[in-house]
Design a protein around this ligand. Structure first.
Ligand code: AMP
Ligand code: MG
Length: 433
């Protein structure tokens, strides 16, 4: 087959996405909602903060009373009481008076500023609980401007305004905002359940003895981890032998999933089995995608007994190919099901330190390690041998250098585009303020 009759990566992806739908919203507890996508706008039912309150431990005062106060000319105020956070003070603070007040406590009526302890002759006394009348005096050593150290009601969020829009992917701060509104559940698009089936007579599960000629099933675990990485819930359904019967049984067990991912059995050698089974259970396309690694790819829709239609992605068997094709195709399917925008991996330009050999005209995804250069740029080196079975080089990579279709070898020192797979690698860290 010539490269002309192969499907471009983008075309294959578009065909997959055409058959994948966003899932329905579900109510989830905030603790489970991280990274999920809001299905509806959230409006504030109250002001945040709900009342004017103090940002400092100190004295609530009438700012005008402190005019001219300085270390050399302190202003003495009569202390009428003390107030902790969580309590309220109803009596107005009158001229010449002060209320001892702890961070977060609501401002008493009458007062319009807070003088922190550091700007008085009182230093670091224990905080009281509750609200108490006390008799005493405090000397203010610095004039306060009206509003000083006061957090206004509604300065963060105003009641009856839209706070978070539908489509927001909930990160830590968003979850905190929801909780601050008193909300403990959110309506979010459901996480996709992804059934994962490995195929092949030679494949055995880790933890089992392996006979001669057998290999361990790495694909299920690597792909399950990618499913989790992209917000899905993996369900590993084991290994189907290369027989129509066994594959049929395994696919039946997968019909409650939102996406079925199989690995292997789509290359020339044994795709007849997959083809036969899928012809019985749905519609499937076998594609040669113009990329390396990962040329053979299958995609289709399985039909359940109840008429349910479940998209099926058939990844190539080679461990590196299955991971890269999941990154380039499966990832997008999950984004769409979760209600996320179909963003690509972050792409950057890096100076390539190694030669990338192009053995044919297919677009090549080279496993590489991206790091910072001393001048703040990016450089990349190959993470190991580039064979599609060399999983350790995939494991070591934090990016994929993309060499376009029809390119010649990339020479050391040339710039390449890199798709970033992982930003947490220590190579990317830079110390400094
Ligand atoms: P196939 O697509 O069935 O021709 O498989 C291609 C290559 O991937 C073969 O070398 C298989 O042994 C290998 N392979 C298939 N399935 C797995 C798996 N689950 N884990 C690791 N390697 C696999
Ligand atoms: Mg096989």
């Amino acid at each position: 087959m010539t490269s002309g009759s192969m499907l471009a990566v983008e075309e294959a992806r578009a065909r997959i996405l055409a058959l994948v739908q966003r899932l329905e919203p579900v109510e989830v507890s905030l603790i489970d909602a991280r990274d999920m996508v809001l299905a509806e706008d959230v409006r504030a039912g109250r002001d945040i903060p709900p009342l004017d309150n103090t940002a400092m431990d100190g004295y609530a005062v009438r700012a005008a009373d402190t005019a001219g106060a300085a270390e050399s000319s302190p202003v003495a105020l009569r202390v009428v009481g003390e107030l902790a956070a969580g309590y309220t003070w109803r009596e107005p603070v009158g001229p010449g008076q002060a209320l001892r007040i702890m961070t977060g406590a609501p401002m008493p009526p009458g007062a319009d500023a807070v003088v922190p302890f550091e700007e008085t002759d009182e230093h670091g006394l224990a905080a009281p609980k509750g609200a108490h009348r006390v008799e005493g005096a405090v000397r203010v050593l610095k004039a306060a401007r009206p509003g000083a150290n006061v957090r206004r009601a509604g300065e963060d969020v105003r009641a009856d305004t839209a706070v978070l829009a539908a489509g927001t992917q909930l990160r830590a701060g968003h979850l905190g905002v929801l909780a601050s509104l008193g909300i403990d559940r959110a309506s979010c698009y459901r996480r996709p359940l992804v059934a994962i089936i490995s195929t092949g007579d030679e494949v055995v599960s880790p933890g089992q003895p392996a006979g001669p000629g057998q290999i361990y099933d790495s694909n299920a675990y690597a792909v399950a981890a990618l499913v989790q990485k992209y917000g899905g819930v993996p369900e590993v359904l084991g290994i189907a032998r290369d027989t129509v019967e066994d594959l049929t049984v395994h696919l039946k067990a997968a019909m409650n999933a939102d996406l079925v991912v199989t690995s292997a059995g789509v290359s020339r050698g044994d795709f007849d089995v997959v083809k036969t089974v899928l012809a019985q259970q749905g519609e499937i396309d076998f594609w040669l995608v113009n990329m390396r690694p990962g040329k053979p790819l299958a995609f289709g829709v399985l039909r359940g007994a109840d008429g349910r239609r479940v998209p099926h992605l058939g990844l190539p068997g080679n461990p590196v190919s299955s991971m890269i094709t999941f990154e380039l195709f499966g990832r997008y399917a999950l984004l769409k099901m979760r209600g996320l925008p179909l963003t690509d991996h972050v792409r950057l330009r890096a100076m390539m330190r190694d030669r990338i050999r192009m053995s044919d005209g297919r677009r090549f995804y080279a496993r590489c390690i991206v790091s910072r250069t001393p001048d703040g740029g990016w450089e990349a080196s190959l993470s190991g041998p580039q064979g599609s079975g060399v999983l350790t080089a995939m494991a070591a990579a934090n990016g994929l250098a993309v060499v376009p279709e029809g390119s010649r070898d990339v020479q050391p020192g040339e710039e390449v585009d890199v798709l970033m797979l992982d930003w947490s690698a220590p190579e990317l860290a830079r110390t400094g303020p």
